[in-house]
Design a binder for this molecule. Sequence first.
Ligand code: GDP
Ligand code: MN
Length: 391
Amino acid sequence: MNIHEYQAKQLFAQFGIPVPKGKDVRTPLGAEKWSTTLDSPVYVVKAQIHAGGRGKAGGVKLTKDRAEVPGLARDLLGKTLVTHQTGPKGRKVRRLLIEEGAAIAKELYLSLLVDRDSGWPVFIASTEGGMEIEEVAATTPEKVLKEPIDPAVGYQSYNGRKLAFGLGLPTLEPAVLNPFISMLGNLYRLFMEKNASLVEINPLVITQDKLLIALDGKVSFDDNGLFKHPDVQAFRDLHEEEPLEIEATNNSLNYVKLEGNIGCMVNGAGLAMATMDIIQYAGGRPANFLDVGGGASAEQVKNAFRILLSDANVKAVLINIFGGILRCDTLATGVVAAARDLNIQVPIVVRMEGTNVELGRKILTDSGFNFTVADDMRDAADKVVRLAVQQ
Ligand code: GDP
Ligand code: MN
């Protein structure tokens, strides 16, 4: 789960990480009221959407004149921002963060995430803050520093010193050396205590007053740890999520919407990934990732179908099931019920193997619907790609 910048900054403050004075507002009037409580040479109005790259897209406005804040708020609220992270549809701005501006001397990059190779949390830091870290990593990889943390030992200040010296902080600004080392400790505490999967501060700034401040904030959480954190759950913003994905979650299905036109219904995440690969290999593009789970009921299969077909891009469906705990006849019953109830118009290709596969196939062929039964995965992919093209 992702949260907004203003929420990330609330968490930062809770964990002793310095942030600018600011507040989230939803109206120009709110922006005006809050700005009068601020006293700063610069005011910042920031669009709150679950995507970075707002600066370049015009979602971060600075002004020296407090009286301009409500006007800037009016311009941004309700606007659809398109950044390199939103996709072409963009995201509607429903909320703003109004902050005291910082006089920036230097922008740094700092994040903490799980390294998939070692399984350890790893700090990533760079002197090239403010810009896209992916670009820095591609063009000047030597400027991206990493410091893995052994979770059995936890963060130690020598980890922070190593990074600080690697960044050249002692010459850049010695006053921020100790604040930097303790900030990393606080970040690590937040990360572990809240089951985060990513904490990113870009930019982490050194101000002209020699203070170290988190000017931006992004936090992602491990969904499997959310049940332990009602405070984090309260941060959830359904406006920022795909409606079909919300519905899938409510039905205990793992569904991720994608851009292609071939709907996939699969049991097991690994098989789902393989199915998406083989569709691409056959020249098609998957419309979604959908894992109905190992022990889905006929009812759940039907729900999965409904969600899958709510996507108007879907021109054909590939059902790829390995019948283990979910038996093939249960699946077939669900598929037939769904085809009947939902008045399915698009062609459906089925590839099934495993428990009760003969019975499953019989239920499909006896149903009166025109299902295409495939021999194996390759055959299924070829058939569904051909059918999608014909639609
Ligand atoms: P993002 O583009 O979505 O990552 O949004 P950021 O919060 O990182 O803001 C983008 C850029 O706006 C930053 O890298 C800064 O250069 C600039 N910016 C944001 N807040 C301030 C501020 O208080 N003072 C100044 N001078 N620049 C700011
Ligand atoms: Mn940023």
